[in-house]
Design a protein around this ligand. Sequence first.
Ligand code: ACO
Ligand code: HSE
Length: 331
Amino acid sequence: MESILLKQYKTQKGEGLDLLVYYQVVGLPIGEAPIILVNHPLTANATLIGDGGWWNAIVGENNVLDTTRYTIISINIPGNGSGEGNLLENHTALTIYDVAKVFLLTLDNLGVKKLHTIIGASIGGAISWQMATLAPTLAEQVIPIATDYKTTDWLQAICTIQASILKNAVAPLEQARQHAMLCYRTPTSLNRKFKLQKSDGEFNVNAWLTYHGNALAKRYALQAYKTLNYLLSSIDIAQADGSFLKHISKIESTIHIITIPTDGLFLAEENWDTYVQLKPYKENLFIHEIKSIHGHDAFLIEQQQLANILNSIFKKSIINENNKYSSVRHR
Ligand SMILES: CC(=O)SCCNC(=O)CCNC(=O)[C@H](O)C(C)(C)COP(=O)(O)OP(=O)(O)OC[C@H]1O[C@@H](n2cnc3c(N)ncnc32)[C@H](O)[C@@H]1OP(=O)(O)O
Ligand SMILES: N[C@@H](CCO)C(=O)O
């Protein structure tokens, strides 16, 4: 991973922070191909492929996000603990607005003036919405997956409980992750997976929760989880002025919303509302659904469906791309 030091970044709350921003570039070198920015979900990081990569199913040689055709950049959310010194002393220092600005500054530092695509899932999708409103002409297409451009009362309530567990629990990170797993899955998903089966007298679902709590504790810092949970609660592209249409309708990029009807974290009904309200003002807006019993985590579980949706989106964009980037190798 490489890094850039942003000196005295002025936060939305008015503080000056020196931020060491870690990022990774895979695929063709910057300047030689269309550029895709991938914004990672909550507990992932900028490592997309290879050992420890969280998106091997989608990114790679001749894969959906093809490393032989594109430059693919991913940036760590500051404070997520990935990369030396990447924790924030104050876990409420930054908002999603700041993260989007920091990502834009990082791209600027890398000499990136134009993006082919901004794609992101979960909190990474919210950052994508925010980046698109801050830089409405930067990307040709924006693909927010399993996310929203705003918080909701439901999401606030979840984040409040998460914050309380993280502050007060005996094993804060483990217990917070166990609670969060219920928000990432559905009752049907767990009921069909475990069928009340037990091992050594214990329900398998409990062992599964314990497994996921411990697994996160092994790879994630408590302060990072507090930071990411706070960031999740701060999603608001309208910046509290109430007029999302004013902000969102400025976006020139084609927008492909990918939603999951069973998502219990970022609700599909909110995504459909966005689509219905925005469509009269924006012709190049589309919505796609991942059908799944699994809920929010379906964007990680139903990889084939997601690949199919993305393939159809990217095939269309290749026609434009062929006209624009003569230095790219084509298959
Ligand atoms: C770095 C990153 O990857 S972060 C971003 C995305 N990744 C994550 O969120 C990491 C956490 N992982 C997950 O949530 C899931 O594994 C997903 C979403 C990737 C896949 O979901 P599913 O296919 O439903 O898998 P499931 O939730 O059962 O998890 C599988 C793991 O649970 C373990 N497991 C399943 N049932 C049980 C059980 N009853 N008792 C103990 N462990 C169990 C499996 O052994 C397996 O372990 P492994 O991952 O070390 O091989
Ligand atoms: N499983 C996802 C859930 C949040 O999108 C993660 O841990 O990042």
